[in-house]
Design a protein around this ligand. Structure first.
Ligand code: SIN
Length: 358
């Protein structure tokens, strides 16, 4: 992780952490083919140089490059690095707020990860962490990155009684909890959408704000950030017509610690899986059930009674449920090492109970 030497570091500032993505992407022929580009090419310091002249007076910026990747290649080690950088920044009394520039492909995972590991800490300190990205590379004629970055910097630095400290995301002039942003279209320019209502960046919507507060009231304690080499291995498996039991039995002799089942409809899975899933639980593999539909809640014992030990994901999509299960398994390991008899289900249930902002 490189830090740009900046005298502002020892005075109040907004810290901008660069992770890469399209916002830092470059197209070789931007005028004719803006969508043919490589993500994660431009340093975050250069992205800031482009918006510095329009930054409201009195805001100092410092940047750190955590990674510069296409976010489809996001790794768990990078999440650890980012989580630690965010917690370190929040603890720094010179840092007034944090912005993270990120690829939109997996911003969904990073959003839920930061909420679960840093959300309470940010709220208690009254600081905002804002994720943002872009759909067009930085040199495209109509690049959306600069305006998203500017909005994120403004949101990170606006007066605190307007909107509490916490983990948010800003895209296309709208802000939401970072755990509510996801990419839900393969190619549309407005693909990253708020999966719950959002607020206009310039004008915080009171009913949205009360939803944020309801989530924050129930999120009472952050989960530990797994060390780089301590992330439990969790896979996502999709149920579909013609599903085979081998899709499950394949994992029984592996080091997989958890399976997220992206089921059909209400999160049901093919009967061909049932016996091997029971065997998986006996092998000590954690099971979470979610829906592959992309929307709606997956509830316990619906459409039929759950296999013992398997939890329903509530409103968590499969990628979010996977991160939540990894953090819960890690929290269980740490709790048990400290002599507490808490299980991954105890931690996962704390996440599932978070209300959906409506
Ligand atoms: C990426 O996720 O890094 C590429 C796509 C994007 O940022 O929109």
């Amino acid at each position: 992780m490189s830090t740009i030497e900046n005298p502002s570091e020892n005075s109040p500032h907004i810290l901008v952490l660069g992770m890469g993505g399209t916002i830092a992407g470059l197209a070789s022929n931007p005028a004719a083919k803006p969508l043919q580009y490589e993500a994660g090419q431009v340093e975050v310091a250069s992205l800031l140089a482009h918006v510095r002249s329009v930054i409201p007076e009195g805001i100092s910026l410092v940047s750190k490059q955590v990674a510069n990747i296409n976010s489809r290649n996001l790794t768990e080690s990078l999440l650890t690095l980012l989580g630690e950088a965010v917690r370190e920044a929040l603890a720094n009394s010179f840092v007034q707020g944090v912005v993270v520039t990120h690829g939109t492909d997996t911003i969904e995972e990073t959003g839920v990860f930061l909420q679960m590991t840093c959300g309470k800490y940010a709220q208690n300190l009254g600081k905002r962490v804002i994720l943002t990205g872009a759909m067009l590379p930085s040199n495209a004629p109509k690049a959306d990155g600069p305006s998203n970055l500017l909005d994120a910097i403004r949101w990170a630095s606006t007066p605190i009684d307007n909107c509490p400290g916490g983990i948010y995301a800003v895209m296309d002039g709208r802000g939401c909890l970072a755990m509510d942003l996801a990419k839900r279209h393969g190619s549309a320019l407005n693909a990253p959408i708020q999966t719950s209502p959002s607020s206009s960046v310039g004008l915080i919507n009171p009913s949205w704000l009360s939803g944020v507060k309801a989530v924050q009231e129930l999120w009472t304690e952050d989960l530990p950030i797994p060390k780089e080499n301590e992330w439990p291995w969790v896979e996502i498996l999709t149920s579909h017509a013609g599903a085979r039991s081998e899709t499950i039995t394949h994992w029984l002799n592996s080091k997989v610690k958890g399976l997220v089942l992206a089921g059909t409809g209400m999160g049901g899975f093919h009967d061909a899986w049932r016996d091997s899933l029971v065997a998986a639980v006996k092998h000590g593999i954690a099971l979470v059930r979610t829906t592959r539909t992309g929307a709606g809640e997956t509830l316990a014992d619906l459409p039929e009674k759950d296999i013992g030990g398997c939890l329903a994901s509530g409103s968590l999509s499969a990628p979010r449920a996977r991160i939540a299960l990894q953090l819960s398994l890690n929290a269980e390991k740490q709790a048990q090492a400290a002599g507490k008899s808490l299980t991954w289900q105890d931690f996962f249930a704390r996440i599932v109970v978070l209300p959906v902002i409506r």
